[in-house]
Design a protein around this ligand. Structure first.
Ligand code: NAI
Ligand code: MG
Length: 357
């Protein structure tokens, strides 16, 4: 019999985090009822909320709850209240970076989609957005220039980028496996005309591709990719990127898709454990008003069911319920400025759609 009980560490965090997390709970409750599953959820402090309560952004108690769970559902952290703190003590750096390192979350997945009914949200409307977009960005998250040796002198500074064959091949495998479940194409991003790490990247990706004969591989320079993505995003299926290039292209993807409030993300290690969070931040400008879009958080929960729990059918049910609400116009103001629906209305509508009500 397949597993029906899963432990989830819930780290709602700051700003709109707790508001949108409440809606993810509604949706998970509906999934439990419909599919006969149990998501045993434990709340834990993180970010600014944790700093205020116990003086540090990632308390040991929170880390231990995460370690005892099958996945982490993360809201968002940060806000103007904590920007004066030392960099390592700030909500974002002090919690997300150590979580990524502790759990070896080397793989970041960010889907970017243009929903046909809301193609006008895209800044590329109408010429490009009317043709739709469905891209998955697979970004290496624990290596490369963000983690290399760095230093600062009086008149100069340096950062270094190192990648090993093992680091490249494990992220490449994730990209090819994802492409097998999608449109069977991987575009690998590099700057192999300039960078040594990119030359190695290209070699290793080409080698890994031999194990996936049903997936087409193309290589593209980062500068060209940045351009092609706004020209015709329809040409892409899976984008495979190192840490730096993936950081940039995934934000470009989010901008093309339209609203930050719609986009989920997954950060995974090699053994099925993952951290799932909206692509956006804590949105202090709209926090506490009940108008934040809960869809990115809800779709993050769907990714958790898919990638950490192997519950594909339940994940699809959430995604279909989201589509249904979008089509019915049950959306927050970031999508439709004159909308009278709030965070809780959208969450309830999605939960009801899952329940079949
Ligand atoms: P942000 O993503 O929080 O907000 C950017 C804009 O998008 C704002 O106008 C906001 O209202 C809107 N927005 C974002 N999510 C939304 C949603 N669900 N519904 C409706 N509108 C939404 O980025 P910003 O303003 O750069 O950062 C705010 C705080 O969040 C900062 O303290 C930053 O450090 C933190 N942050 C945290 C992240 C995380 O927890 N992973 C990621 C990015 C930023
Ligand atoms: Mg970024």
């Amino acid at each position: 019999m397949s597993q029906t009980r899963f432990k989830v560490a819930v780290l709602a965090g700051d700003g709109i985090g707790p508001e949108v997390m409440a809606e993810a709970h509604k949706v998970l409750n509906a999934v439990e009822a419909r599919f006969g599953l149990t998501f045993e959820r434990t709340d834990a402090l993180v970010g600014g909320a944790a700093i205020d309560a116990v003086g540090q952004p990632l308390p040991p108690q929170t880390l231990s709850i995460c370690q005892q769970s099958d996945a982490i559902l993360f809201g968002s952290v940060g806000g103007p209240k904590w920007t004066g703190l030392a960099p390592d003590q700030q909500p974002e750096r002090g919690s997300l970076l150590p979580l990524r390192k502790t759990f070896d979350l080397f793989c970041n997945l960010r889907p970017g989609q243009i929903y046909p009914a809301f193609a006008d949200l895209s800044p590329l409307h109408p010429r490009v957005s009317s043709q739709g977009m469905d891209v998955l960005c697979v970004r290496e998250l624990t290596g490369g220039i963000y983690f290399g040796e760095k230093g600062r002198g009086e008149d100069s500074a340096f950062d270094t980028q190192t990648y090993s064959k093992a680091e490249i091949s494990r992220i490449a495998r994730v990209a090819f496996e994802a492409a097998q479940k999608r449109s069977h194409k991987v575009t690998s991003i590099d700057k192999a005309n300039v960078l040594q790490t990119s030359i190695l990247w290209r070699e290793v990706v080409t080698e890994v591709a031999k194990d996936f004969p049903d997936v087409a591989l193309e290589h593209m320079y980062i500068d060209n990719a940045a351009m092609q993505l706004i020209r015709s995003p329809q040409q892409f299926d899976v984008l495979l990127c190192d840490n730096l290039f993936g950081d940039i292209l995934s934000d470009e993807l989010a901008a093309i898709a339209g609203s930050m409030g719609l986009l989920p993300s997954a950060s995974l290690n090699g053994s099925g454990f993952g951290l799932y969070e909206p692509a956006g931040g804590s949105a202090p400008d709209i926090a506490g008003k009940g108008i934040a879009n809960p869809i990115a958080q809800i779709l993050s929960a769907a990714l958790m069911l898919r990638y950490s729990f192997g519950l594909e059918e339940a994940a699809k049910a959430i995604e279909q319920a989201v589509q249904q609400c979008l089509q019915q116009g049950i959306v927050t103001r970031d999508i439709q400025p004159d909308s009278s629906y709030g965070t809780a209305d959208v969450g309830s509508a999605i939960a009801n759609a899952i329940a079949g009500a």
